[in-house]
Design a protein. Structure first.
Length: 245
């Protein structure tokens, strides 16, 4: 199994932590970075290879991850000369990618079963499978329902629950074919394109732990709670397997 880890962003929302380090290398707890945790999890799930898509401070990611032997995963690199968003870096990899593969952001902390996601995608026949997580938004006002400038309903401080993308995907190589090498494209546009072509993406609905390290507050939470999260994110079988390699 193969994974592509998107590690080329500038991490501007996580400033000042990303002034000197790319976001995947910011430390979590005393002994790990985000990228280290992800690679440990992938190795523990049976992935044998990964491509790191790099740009901003990419030399530091290369120096840290090397050839992947530390994790028992064969690592290669795709370096952007200009920002290509989240899907664009894949277009230059088409000839190197297997028929199906995992794609994920390099700033995700989750106990999602990556292997099961990819297997589910392979069985679905969908062009893309989006891992989703539930989120609830609380409205701090009374919400009115209006018809013809009259109030016909009222809800006091309602809560809305919806599913959001986790930044982890199962993808088929053929999904990349319509796009040109060097084209900047994000997953938001790709999903809309697939819907327009009636090639509907599938979902992998997940209810476990997920934290997108996108803002200083999220990063602070991850570090504050990592002592409790470590056994969830890096359970003993995963640590033992990686250390044995």
């Amino acid at each position: 199994m193969h994974a592509v880890i998107l590690a080329g962003g500038k991490g501007t929302r996580l400033l000042p932590y990303t002034t000197a380090l790319p976001k995947p290398l910011v430390p979590i707890g005393d002994n790990h970075s985000i990228l280290d945790i992800i690679l440990c999890q992938l190795a523990g799930a049976g992935f044998t290879s990964a491509t790191l898509a790099i740009n901003h401070l990419g030399r530091l990611i290369r120096a840290f991850a090397g050839d992947g032997s530390r994790w028992g995963i064969s690592i290669d690199y795709a370096e952007e000369n200009s920002p290509l968003s989240t899907v664009g870096p894949l277009f230059g990899l088409r000839e190197r990618l297997p028929e199906t593969f995992l794609v994920m952001n390099g700033d995700v902390l989750t106990d999602l079963n990556y292997a099961d996601l990819l297997t589910t995608h392979q069985r679905s026949g969908a062009p893309l499978t989006v891992a989703t997580s539930p989120r609830t938004t609380h409205i701090e006002f009374g919400v009115l329902t209006l018809e013809n400038r009259k109030v016909v309903g009222f809800t006091e401080k309602p809560a809305f629950t919806y599913r959001v993308s986790m930044g982890v995907y199962g993808m088929s190589r053929d999904t990349l074919q319509p796009y040109a090498l060097g084209q900047a494209l994000g997953f938001d546009r790709l999903i809309l394109d697939l819907i327009d072509r009636r090639q509907f993406p599938a979902t992998y609905d997940f209810g476990g732990f997920w934290l997108d390290i996108g803002r200083p507050d999220d990063y602070d939470v991850a570090n504050r709670d990592f002592a409790e999260l470590q056994d969830l994110l890096l359970p003993e079988p995963v640590r033992t397997l990686v250390e044995a390699r």
